[in-house]
Design a protein around this ligand. Structure first.
Ligand SMILES: Cc1cc2nc3c(=O)[nH]c(=O)nc-3n(C[C@H](O)[C@H](O)[C@H](O)COP(=O)(O)OP(=O)(O)OC[C@H]3O[C@@H](n4cnc5c(N)ncnc54)[C@H](O)[C@@H]3O)c2cc1C
Length: 482
């Protein structure tokens, strides 16, 4: 079985790793990984500058999704996994230029603790009353998709959208709460509304159930696990460890795939001026690239894939000498709602979020800009973007903390164009149509962040699963179970 993998981001790399394992175990499998850029890893890219780990893309993964940590352990990186410093976890929302901590008891956008919600400066009295009355919300049948903003607005009002849903989702997805699908992005909340009506009551019930399970379980069901897990030396460690295990002759970087054809012999792939036939194809390029390549094979499938929206974003890493800046507020950083009218969507105090990745005496700030609403920022120069971040940090944290005179010791800007898929309203229905078309094209698998989970663990899970199915180790599954 000859398999082509198109795209060397983490999804394509995870697939290649699995095929390499099968090959070494004696399976009759050959693979070629095509990556258009000179380097592998896609959005995963980190560097160590003056002893500080700087993440250009993802800085960590969610601990509750095991696929990434499992792969790291398999690759011998278990000792390199580090937890987020949750003892210091506190996130602020910029509210009228001031930092307001997210109230205690907030779970997936849902307030579950009365006193912190009543006391927070994040919401007006009117919104707090609305949150209290939400307990009386009647159950509602799940009869079609709607936006996250609409779901949150129906339960908690517009201010909860502006001050909570919007910054949390744009800080994670670079996304727009008015566009993102509630069914796909917040399926648990949609289920809770059907069952309980009130999301607060649903969340409290789920919390009670989890606590009971944790008590009943001998190992405490991951009790006390940190929310995020990172690699001590940065995400690049994962890319490096996979790459080392791959057969070098099977990996072709700087080789964009320019055409695909389905023939009686299999899948004809054109790349780097050469045309080769494969028995199967793992498409790990972003959906917009996959759509363009697959249109000649199946126009309807191509149109569905091209229709998946993507957001672009920018990360700006700044290293400061801690002696030259004032004391920072406690916690991991802040999120900026769009209603504040700023360029920054979020800023992480990276030296606080993961300990041991920054030399003593240095502070690392990781600002996130752009997203669906500020595409224009991508055209700004690096100097302009650094100046914007420094100005906004000064305005938000105060000139005593970051004064205009203090220069960062190092600044790094990375633009991520159309890198993050957006699960827009109707995504689930779109995936059903995509699944049906893919099922009619034997040997084709779609993997990556556009289908069944945006984060690194989901991309790894899909990549490995597709490879195992094709290598014959696992029964096929639809590309998405959403
Ligand atoms: C700034 C940022 C921060 C993030 N933070 C987090 C985080 O903290 N935690 C988390 O879990 N996730 C995070 N994510 C999301 C996560 O990193 C991505 O969803 C994931 O890495 C995507 O992997 P992928 O393999 O699907 O796609 P990509 O990484 O985009 O890889 C696709 C690859 O396909 C290649 N390609 C495209 N067209 C062709 C072609 N024609 N021929 C050959 N190759 C082609 C591209 O060059 C690219 O290398 C973040 C993403 C970004 C951008």
């Amino acid at each position: 079985m000859r398999i082509a993998i198109i795209g060397g981001g983490i999804a394509g790399l995870a697939a290649a790793y699995e095929l390499e394992k099968a090959r070494q175990a004696g399976a009759a499998v050959e693979y070629t990984l095509f990556e258009e850029r000179p380097r592998l890893g896609g959005s995963l890219a980190s560097e160590i500058v003056d002893g500080a780990v700087l993440e250009r893309g993802p800085d960590s993964f969610l601990t509750e999704k095991p696929a990434a940590a499992e792969l790291c352990r398999e690759l011998g990186l278990g000792g390199e996994l580090i937890p987020s410093n949750d003892a210091a976890r506190k996130t602020y929302i910029v509210t009228r230029n001031r930092l307001v901590a997210l109230p205690d008891g907030l779970m997936f956008l849902v307030p579950t603790k009365l006193v912190p919600t009543a006391l927070t400066r994040l919401f007006s009295v009117r919104t707090k009353m609305r949150m209290a009355l939400e307990l009386l919300h009647p159950p509602r049948p799940n009869d079609g998709d709607e936006s996250v903003a609409r779901l949150v607005e129906r339960h908690f009002g517009q201010e909860a959208v502006d001050r909570l849903a919007d910054p949390l989702l744009s800080g994670i997805y670079g996304g727009d709460a008015t566009q993102l699908s509630a069914q796909t992005v917040l399926p648990r909340l949609v289920e809770m509304e059907t069952k309980y009506g009130s999301l607060t009551r649903g969340m409290l019930a789920a919390h009670r159930k989890m606590r009971a399970m944790a008590k009943g379980s001998s190992n405490g069901v991951n009790r006390g696990a940190a929310i995020f897990t990172a690699l001590r030396g940065g995400m690049q460690q994962l890319v490096g460890a996979i790459t080392e295990r791959l057969d070098a002759a099977s990996v072709r970087t700087s080789t964009p795939v320019s055409g695909i054809e389905k023939t009686a012999q299999g899948w004809r792939v054109q790349a780097g001026g050469v045309s080769q036939v494969f028995d199967a194809l793992i498409m790990a390029a972003p959906a917009w690239a996959a759509g363009a390549l697959l249109t000649p094979v199946d126009a309807a499938l191509g149109a569905e894939l091209s229709g998946i929206p993507y957001s672009s974003s920018i990360t700006v890493n700044l290293i400061y000498d801690e002696r030259k800046i004032g004391p920072l507020p406690e916690g991991f950083g802040f999120l900026v709602p769009a209603v504040e009218g700023r360029a920054m969507l979020a800023c992480t105090f990276a030296h606080r979020k993961f300990l041991g990745r920054t030399p003593p005496g240095k502070a690392v700030f990781r600002a996130f800009l752009g997203g669906m609403k500020r595409v224009d920022l991508l055209d700004e120069s690096d100097e302009a973007l650094v100046a914007i971040v420094r100005r906004e940090m000064r305005e938000i944290l105060g000139a005593k903390t970051i004064s205009a005179e203090v220069e960062p010791e190092f600044a790094q800007v990375t633009r991520w164009r159309r890198a993050m898929a957006q699960y827009a309203v109707g995504h689930k229905a779109r995936m059903q149509r995509v699944n049906a078309r893919v099922a009619a094209l034997p040997g084709l698998r779609l993997v990556g962040n556009a289908y069944d989970g945006i984060g690194v663990p989901d991309c790894i899970r899909l990549g490995r699963k597709a490879a195992r199915e094709l290598a014959g180790a696992e029964a096929p599954i639809p590309v998405s179970k959403v």
